[in-house]
Write a protein that binds this ligand. Structure first.
Ligand SMILES: Cc1cc2nc3c(=O)[nH]c(=O)nc-3n(C[C@H](O)[C@H](O)[C@H](O)COP(=O)(O)OP(=O)(O)OC[C@H]3O[C@@H](n4cnc5c(N)ncnc54)[C@H](O)[C@@H]3O)c2cc1C
Ligand SMILES: NC(=O)c1ccc[n+]([C@@H]2O[C@H](COP(=O)([O-])OP(=O)(O)OC[C@H]3O[C@@H](n4cnc5c(N)ncnc54)[C@H](O)[C@@H]3O)[C@@H](O)[C@H]2O)c1
Length: 469
């Protein structure tokens, strides 16, 4: 049994924990990082990285079928599902060294590969070690929530923790849950040659703008994915492979993926002994500290808010400022973007139209544009749309559905995070022809009526023209 004294002890080596560890160690703090499973956490091993890698295989397969309008004869893709999974594994392996124990030890971090559990408000036990630290950071992430659906435990089902290891291509994949995990995996599998049925209890992509979500769902359905909404999975049986019973009738398939949300990893932590208040997640204030034990922070999925890798990274920055420099730093959510990487992609930052209407009433102006309002959009036959929510010359929200929506949302994320006015974008010169012109056009569309439909402007121009030599 060894006792370790540290400035900061981080529990969980995923997106959030690794960012705190590397920042704090490089600033000279004594850092202990405790990880019970794989370095890199969910994002690298079971989440963002494998899902985007599999989607890229699916993209290649799909592109072979869509060339006709461009004068390229469609071909039937010969998909090797196991090879696509090799691609996923290769991408993970390529990123792994960046998140590895060796790299973090090289940065001066003491890495302990065991599960951490508090034994007092100031001490954590991990294997043979007892760690006392000035500050603890709970960065333990989340795991798939498995709902209590009758019969589910009696069949083989997949979650995001097992689906990327599956080598045989499912003939018919049933997905329970029409959120980002369910729909990204549904489209990846459909494009790799599987029949896919999605069962969603409420509205699929229900956290996004309903108009844009409907557009994306329409595209997924047009590719042959059956998406049943407002019909919950009530019972699962092994009939004919796997059968999911819903109020809209049973669906029988060969494989089942459960993607109905996440459960925060706090059960092993012994939070009561640490006097850290919690419900389904660790309770934190805006500074990400536990009000009941000020020594303890929680970040990323464990903090119970938005569950994204970039949020975990953002939280890490707040903790570094607070724990390393003693500076006041508060986490906000209003400027956090997110993207669902289906094709078309669906991106959001700030308020949706409905949220902005409720918050700003008549002061809200909504600008709607279509991708084919840009020459590049026309050239690539892009279909998609942007909604920009503006109040008194400042963007308060942007929603984009279409190709590269995840890239196109970036200027709005910058503007909303920094309180920029629309003039910032309107004054920017963008290369022609790019899809980014969609954003600039949206800014232009806000100013056009003020410039081109204003009697005052017309009178001033008339006067100046008479006076000019
Ligand atoms: C399929 C899927 C796709 C996703 N795609 C995206 C995406 O495209 N973009 C995006 O932004 N987000 C995406 N996410 C969400 C993203 O993966 C998470 O929000 C992110 O990983 C959270 O980071 P974290 O640091 O909070 O936790 P994690 O990365 O999950 O890390 C937590 C770590 O803590 C360890 N741990 C847990 N308990 C203990 C303990 N008691 N002791 C020691 N170690 C412990 C775990 O083993 C794990 O390694 C996706 C998620 C999934 C499931
Ligand atoms: N691109 C990305 O950034 C990305 C991708 C994947 C996951 N994530 C993160 O992971 C989180 C979890 O994703 P998720 O898709 O599992 O969760 P989610 O909560 O976003 O969606 C789950 C869906 O399952 C439905 N559902 C629940 N019980 C059901 C039942 N019995 N039958 C049918 N449907 C049911 C819910 O109504 C909901 O729409 C996301 O919220 C996001 O934060 C992000």
């Amino acid at each position: 049994m060894s006792t370790i004294k540290a400035d900061i002890c981080i529990i969980g080596a995923g997106s959030g924990g690794l960012s705190v560890a590397s920042g704090a160690a490089q600033m000279g703090a004594k850092v202990v990082l405790v990880e019970g499973h794989k370095m890199g956490g969910d994002c690298l091993n079971y989440g963002c990285v494998p899902s985007k890698a599999l989607l890229s295989s699916a993209h290649h397969a799909h592109a072979m079928t869509t060339g006709a309008p461009f004068g390229v004869a469609p071909a039937v893709p010969q998909v090797d599902y196991a090879r696509a999974k090799d691609h996923v594994a290769e991408v993970i392996a390529a990123i792994e060294p960046h998140d590895s124990q060796e790299r973090f030890e090289g940065l001066g971090v003491q890495v302990i590969r065991d599960w951490g559990s508090f034994i007092s408000p100031t001490e954590l036990r991990a294997g043979e070690h007892t760690i006392t630290a000035r500050r603890f950071v709970i960065a333990t992430g989340s795991r798939p929530f498995v709902p209590p659906i009758d019969g589910l435990e009696s069949v083989d089902y997949h979650t995001n923790e097992t689906i990327f290891d599956l080598r045989e291509r499912p003939e018919h994949l049933i997905v329970i849950g029409g959120g980002p995990i369910g729909l990204e995996m549904a489209q990846a599998h459909a494009r790799l040659g599987c029949k896919v049925t999605v069962i969603e209890a409420q509205k699929a992509l229900g956290k996004d703008d309903p108009d844009l979500a409907a557009f994306v769902l329409g595209k997924l359905r047009a590719e042959g994915i059956e998406i049943r909404e407002e019909t919950a999975a009530e019972k699962v049986t092994a009939e004919g492979g796997v059968t999911v019973h819903t109020p809209s009738g049973p669906v029988t398939g060969s494989h089942l993926l459960v993607a109905v949300g996440r459960q925060v990893n706090i059960d092993r932590l012994n939070l009561n002994v640490a006097k850290v208040d919690h419900d389904r997640a660790v309770k934190v204030d805006a500074t990400l500290r536990s009000p009941s034990n000020r020594r303890v922070y929680a970040i990323g999925d464990a903090a119970g808010g938005l569950q994204f890798t970039h949020v975990a990274g953002y939280h890490a920055g707040i903790v570094i400022r607070s724990a390393m420099f003693g500076l006041p730093a508060k986490a906000r959510t209003a400027h956090i973007p997110w993207v669902t990487y289906t094709d078309p992609e669906l991106a959001q930052v700030g308020q949706t139209e409905a949220q902005a209407r409720e918050a700003h009433g008549a002061a809200l102006q909504v600008i709607r544009l279509s991708y084919d309002d840009t020459d590049r959009g026309r050239a690539i036959r892009a279909e998609g749309m942007l909604k920009l929510m503006v109040v008194k010359g400042r963007p308060v929200g942007a929603s984009i559905a279409g190709p590269q929506a995840g890239e196109l949302i970036a200027p709005w994320a910058t503007a909303i995070a920094n309180g920029h006015k629309l003039t910032t974008l309107a004054n920017t010169v963008l290369p022609y022809p790019t899809l980014q012109e969609l954003n600039k056009r949206a800014a232009g569309a806000y100013f056009s009526p003020k410039l081109f439909e204003s009697p005052l402007v017309k009178r001033v121009v008339g006067l100046v023209q008479r006076l000019l030599p």
